[in-house]
Design a protein around this ligand. Structure first.
Ligand SMILES: Nc1nc2c(c(=O)[nH]1)N[C@H]1C(S)=C(S)[C@@H](COP(=O)(O)O)O[C@H]1N2
Ligand SMILES: [Mo]
Length: 216
């Protein structure tokens, strides 16, 4: 931890010069915790994860089975609608496209939206095209360690953007990544989730500041 009071600002200025600081955001070196409700505790022997909806065959994974899926490491910038951004974060997990390429999941052509189903009936929704991007990961590790309970242990979705693809017009705010993920529903129709129903923007692109529906 750098204790120089100007260090945060200096780091932010550097990121800004690189064109990586979206409008209305500021850099944090911390990792804030944000969610509604309480943090679930798990017995991983009883945990499972399901993929259902517009798929040829619904699939269910135990924790051991999930860990045998192909894993990738990705480095991304993440941007929270509450105006903090965190740069060069490293995640490890499953990229949906790998499951499709390996025939583990077969989508029906009618699949157009993805609903992330989390513990306590929390959901969030993303269009299929965005969900399939390499910037959307089903993450089990952050910074080389298993996720903290607060940050979604044992599995969460992460949405971010690659620094090489700065100002990615399609990048989404971090709330589109559900913590404590238990299922993915591929759907014909869109189903606005918890924050979306509370007034947050349904699409939630960062660069045009799609924070709230109606732009308030
Ligand atoms: N299950 C669940 N996932 C959630 C939320 C939530 O309330 N419940 N909040 C979202 C919001 S608003 C944000 S900003 C991020 C925060 O992730 P973090 O706590 O790891 O920073 O998680 C998202 N995922
Ligand atoms: Mo958030």
């Amino acid at each position: 931890m750098n204790l120089n009071p100007f260090a945060r600002k200096e780091a932010e200025d550097k990121i800004k010069m690189e064109g990586r600081l979206p409008p209305g955001q500021s850099l944090t070196n911390r990792f804030p915790v944000l969610h509604y409700g309480s943090v679930p505790r798990y017995d991983l022997a009883k945990w499972d994860f399901r993929i259902f909806g517009e798929v040829e065959e619904p699939v269910r994974f135990t924790w051991d089975e999930f860990l045998k899926l192909p894993m990738r490491k990705v480095n991304m910038d993440i941007h929270c609608v509450t105006r903090w951004s965190k740069f060069d974060t490293e995640w490890e997990g499953v990229w949906m496209q790998d499951l499709i390429d390996q025939g583990i999941v077969k989508l029906k052509p009618t699949a157009k939206h993805v609903i992330e189903h989390c513990e306590f009936n929390f959901t969030t929704n993303v269009d299929l095209a965005h969900f399939m991007k390499p910037t959307t990961l089903l993450a089990v590790k952050y910074d080389g360690n298993w996720l903290d309970p607060d940050h979604g242990y044992p599995l969460r979705v992460v949405v971010g953007q690659f620094k090489e693809n700065k100002m990615d017009p399609d990048a989404r705010y971090f709330w589109k990544g559900g913590k404590w993920l238990r299922g993915l529903e591929f759907s014909r129709i869109d189903k606005p989730g918890f924050w979306e129903q509370a007034g947050y923007h349904n699409i939630a692109r960062i660069w045009p500041e799609e924070r709230f529906e109606g732009g308030w």
